[in-house]
Write a protein that binds this ligand. Structure first.
Ligand code: SF4
Length: 235
């Protein structure tokens, strides 16, 4: 393996074949990523802006609650203009099933206002696709948007190579010894976005997330039944 610096650590660069095999093992054990993705509100989005808004609704809640909030949002509003015309408190009650309604309402309205101001009345993020560097900078400067939400929008909304790291993937990466010591999720995300080949990023993100829910739980991971026999915990 080649080596690369992640935060204060030097870690190995794995070959593409490692990620291909990992994807296949997880797919065989957990199912088709496209089917697994149906539990996420992101599956029910049509534009990059919708991916961004739906990802805001996934923050600090389950997929089930986030999906309920997203479907209620879609039913209530036909477009961004309508959302901006509504009050923060009304929007908050519409998306309340996802939790943190007031905070998410505020973020959604602020994001839409910023997108309108910077990109125009069509509220389209499509032009970001032409310049990935600018896309990343633009998304991260939006009010209330952090690196994970920006990465989800890059990958699932714009089809640009990025590997979002949530709490599950952060935990699994440490258990698999992809990194050894403490590492911030945003730093790990940058590393994995370069490390994991673009062709596996979307499927592997969905599969690892589901591995974290089913087997590699925060407490009492089910290592006996876990399909990842190459995990250091299996030895
Ligand atoms: S073997 Fe255990 S620690 Fe390793 S990935 Fe599976 S559940 Fe997680």
């Amino acid at each position: 393996m080649n080596e690369r610096t992640v935060g204060k650590q030097t870690v190995g660069q794995r070959p593409s074949e490692y990620y291909r095999q990992l994807t296949e093992v997880l797919r065989a054990a957990l199912g088709d990523p496209d089917d697994l993705h149906r539990s996420s509100p992101l599956f029910y989005t049509e534009t990059a802006l919708e991916v961004l808004l739906a990802t805001i609704l996934t923050q600090a809640t389950s997929d089930k609650n986030a999906l309920q909030a997203w479907l209620a949002f879609k039913k209530a509003y036909t477009g961004p203009e309508q959302v901006l015309q509504t009050s923060e408190i009304v929007l908050s009650s519409i998306i309340s099933s996802g939790g943190l309604g007031r905070q998410k309402s505020k973020t959604i309205r602020a994001v839409l206002g910023e997108v309108q101001a910077k990109l125009g009345e069509e509220y389209s993020l499509a032009s970001l696709k032409d310049d990935p560097q600018w896309a990343w900078t633009f998304l991260n400067q939006l009010p209330g948007i952090g690196p994970k939400t920006a990465a989800c929008t890059m990958l699932f909304g714009l089809g640009l190579p990025y590997f979002p790291v949530d709490v599950h993937i952060h935990r699994i990466a440490k258990r698999l010894k992809w990194v050894s010591g403490p590492v911030e999720p945003a730093v790990l995300q940058q590393y994995l976005s370069h490390q994991i080949p673009a062709e596996f990023q979307q499927d592997l993100h969905i599969l690892l997330l589901n591995l974290g829910r089913r087997y590699c739980r925060p407490q009492h991971p089910d290592c006996t039944l876990c399909p990842l026999k190459q995990c250091p915990r299996q030895f």
